[in-house]
Design a protein around this ligand. Structure first.
Ligand SMILES: [Zn+2]
Length: 405
């Protein structure tokens, strides 16, 4: 009896000495993104435990440390299309790892207007990915963009008209069920029949509503915001080329402080003047950077075939060669951080706020988006040259998930 007690005690003693392979609590050094002070950040069990300022220490290689970037709108990456016909958990894993490499530690895979059965199937696959022990931490939910958007050319953008429809709560619940209630963000048009009660139901069930691909008038937009809509999807895009100078969807969304716009600041989707104007109206605390990247993002530049179309991927954007027009975005938000700094002269801290803190706040991800004691230890380490981020390391819950060397 006595010996067995001693044996158990010995076992317990030694088991405490065996290092836990999952414990990644090595302190991480970097230049703090908000004030350029050198810091050492410790984490324990995936959570930030201590932030120490290093006095009088000049760091030779200037590596910044910031909270991991959070992308609320991304259609695919590295050839994996979240709305595509052959989505698998392995594909999502590949895309997630490539996003870690780009400094994105959290993202909302975005499913766009498609055939109902396809959306349902893909949400079921995404729901499995969300449970995956390796990548699930990076996927807190999904974004459904459509199918309840404007069918009008220009406003519908690249969404296929034949699948666009009026909001249908029963149908949406079916998608939610397939998604294991993972749809946390929906982009819709407020002018559609039934949109306002639909928005109310979404908000009641905890889904964030964003207005996009719409031609709502001031009254419809106000009603949508009163019902709880609080974001505008890629403001300035998903809009017809020619609009009325007085009555268009932009002014009511810009003038209402309750709306936080997301923007595609890749240097191509919006002019410098648009980005500057949106920034001046809303301020750094109300802007969200999204990539809206297509699945071609992350692949080498070149010619690609998608369905019956030939697409040209340049280093930053996808084009239709025949028409020489934009077909979609191909830049991760780490690139948009630099562009928004160039365009608005905002600080690095503000740009990171738009790419991490604000999206976290929008989605009530209370443990993400900031480097503070008690938050999850998600970091991106990078050098900065001419406002271009070069990602050196990414951490998710204290675990090194990407290293450039
Ligand atoms: Zn869109």
């Amino acid at each position: 009896m006595k010996t067995s007690i001693i044996a158990i005690a010995t076992l317990l003693f030694f088991s405490n000495l065996i290092p836990d392979s999952k414990d990644h609590s090595n302190p991480i050094e970097g230049i703090f993104y908000l004030d350029e002070d050198p810091v050492i950040i410790s984490n324990s069990g995936g959570v930030i435990s201590k932030i120490e300022r290093i006095a009088n220490k000049k760091s030779a290689n200037k590596i910044y440390i910031a909270p991991g970037l959070i992308d609320l709108q991304i259609n695919g990456y590295l050839g994996v299309d979240f709305s595509g016909p052959d989505l698998t958990v392995e594909g999502i894993r590949k895309a997630t790892k490539a996003l870690w490499k780009a400094g994105v530690t959290t993202y909302y895979p975005t499913v766009i207007t498609s055939e109902f059965s396809r959306m349902k199937e893909n949400f079921a696959v995404l729901a499995k990915a969300m449970e995956d022990p390796e990548i699930g931490k990076s996927i807190p939910g999904f974004h459904l963009e459509g199918p309840y958007i404007s069918p009008v050319q220009g406003y519908r953008g690249a969404h296929l008209e034949k699948y666009i429809k009026n909001p249908d709560w029963k149908e949406f619940q079916e998608l939610q069920k397939a998604a294991n209630h993972g749809i946390k963000l929906i982009t819709l048009a407020p002018e559609l029949e039934g949109a306002i009660p639909f928005i109310r139901s979404c908000v009641e069930s905890g889904v964030v509503v964003s207005l996009g691909h719409h031609n709502g008038n001031a009254e419809q937009i106000k009603l949508a915001i009163d019902a709880g809509a609080k974001m505008a999807t890629h403001l300035g895009n998903g809009c017809a080329n020619e609009i009325n100078r007085h009555h268009n969807p932009l002014w009511p969304q810009l003038s209402d402080d309750r709306i936080k716009p997301s923007i595609i600041a890749d240097g191509f989707h919006l002019t410098k003047e648009e980005v500057r104007s949106f920034y001046k109206v809303k301020g750094a605390s109300k802007m969200i950077l999204v990539s809206d990247a297509l699945d071609l993002a992350g692949l080498p530049p070149g010619e690609y075939t998608r369905g019956e179309r030939t697409l040209i991927l340049t280093p930053n954007v996808v084009k239709l060669p025949k028409e020489n027009v934009l077909a979609g975005a191909a830049s991760p938000i780490s690139l948009c951080v630099g562009v928004v700094m160039d365009f608005t002269q905002c600080s690095l801290g503000e740009a990171i706020q738009m790419a991490s803190s604000n999206p976290a706040e929008m989605m009530s991800l209370n443990n993400l988006g900031k480097i503070e004691q008690g938050k999850r230890a998600d970091f991106v380490l990078f050098s900065l040259e001419n406002n271009r981020l070069k990602i050196e390391k990414s951490y998710v819950a204290g675990e090194l998930v990407y290293s450039a060397d």
